[in-house]
Design a protein around this ligand. Sequence first.
Ligand code: GDP
Ligand code: IMO
Ligand code: MG
Length: 434
Amino acid sequence: MPNVALVGTQWGDEGKGKIVDWLAERFDVIARYQGGNNAGHTVIHDGVKQVLHLVPSGILRPGKECVIGNGVVVDPEALFKEIDRLQEQGVETLGRLWVSDRAHLILPYHHGIELGSEKRRGKDAIGTTSRGIGPAYQDKMGRSGIRAIDCIDRDVLAAKIASNLDVVNDLMRHLYDREPFVADEIVEQYAHWGERLKPYLADTSLRLDTAIRAGRNVLFEGAQGTHLDVDHGTYPFVTSSNATSGGVSSGLGVGPNRVDGVLGVTKAYTTRVGSGPMPTQLDDEIGQKLRDVGQEYGATTGRPRRCGWFDAVAARYAVRVNGCDVFVVTKLDVLDGIDPLRICVAYEVDGVRHEEMPANLTSAKEIVPIYEDCPGWKGSVIGARTIDEFPEEAKAYLRRIEEVSGCSVGMASNGAEREAIVQLPGGPLDDLVP
Ligand code: GDP
Ligand code: IMO
Ligand code: MG
């Protein structure tokens, strides 16, 4: 049975939540491998909107098992807020949701460090989600992180927090001009979270291995997107983890040969929230129309998303670095009535033409997108349930996305609701979705 990785191919918010929710019915286990509650994955079913931040979107499908892997950074307060909200809605998590005992935790001082560091960056701020993500990953890589397993042993927890605060409070006092943190308060708080976490903790690598050996299939849920990946994204305007498919193996403790296919979720246009280059950004009425019709406001921070045309340079790069087998194109309905549509096929960066994503995008003085036009369509793709019901121009637009990206399109999403999906049979998706 196939195990499939689902990744965002752009700058996040491609509609991964909706697609994971749709696919989850066909998989047994849904596992998050990176990121934290910087993610906001929206699922709309029967008119009810749910935004998942840390818990995999598969939790909304009864009976499915969900995993938060070692590669995720977990803010216990955010996790239990989400768990409590799910519980109120009748969604049971105990016995279905497993958190890696090796996952690193986000601590209150990570928020303090992030606020201080973003402020010091001034106009060069990353525009983070302020969830403490970057500093938590810094501690992990710096070998001073606190892992989920640490907070169920009060002595271990107290020693680690005391040692970390030694440095952190110097930063607060002397660099960031912020109040120092009190060790006892944090120990008290996190020992409490430890008690609540205990029944959720597991060696999730082992659980996944057991599941895969038993023939159960796993959907690996990515957060953020390819161009926010710390290695492959528009550095330094990225998040602090590997959002690309390579993160699955390290972030869950499963061998790379367990990933049978990679599905790239791609918005039919481009959005970005936070700072950093976005070559196809539109600051005109079309950009505003995409934002209004597509409801392009951050699911985590509520910030307006920057909007623009489909970027095939970014898409081709995503196909390569993730090994995408198939694309799911979302939000096609948002393009209803826009004519012509434009696709960026290359960039001119400081006078040099690039067909492939250049490494110096963030330091470029001038980025000029090179577009080709595609005819838009009259009428709407909304309500269609088969590809035959799409206007000819919408079919042609999807075909053009395939050609310029070098990846076959297996599904198109034409509305925010769970049911608004059109499958394009006969491609690689048929082999990947059980
Ligand atoms: P994610 O972070 O990749 O899960 O994406 P978000 O949930 O942050 O943002 C995607 C937004 O688009 C959400 O509000 C979804 O409800 C919505 N959405 C997803 N697919 C479609 C679609 O095909 N059409 C429309 N109109 N909205 C969609
Ligand atoms: P989902 O999973 C869109 C962006 C932030 C900022 C940068 C770094 O919903 O697609 P961070 O808080 O991670 O240190 O911020 O990354 N960012 C996202 N943008 N969707 C997301 O997640 C994002 N998670 C982080 O806006 O520019
Ligand atoms: Mg999102």
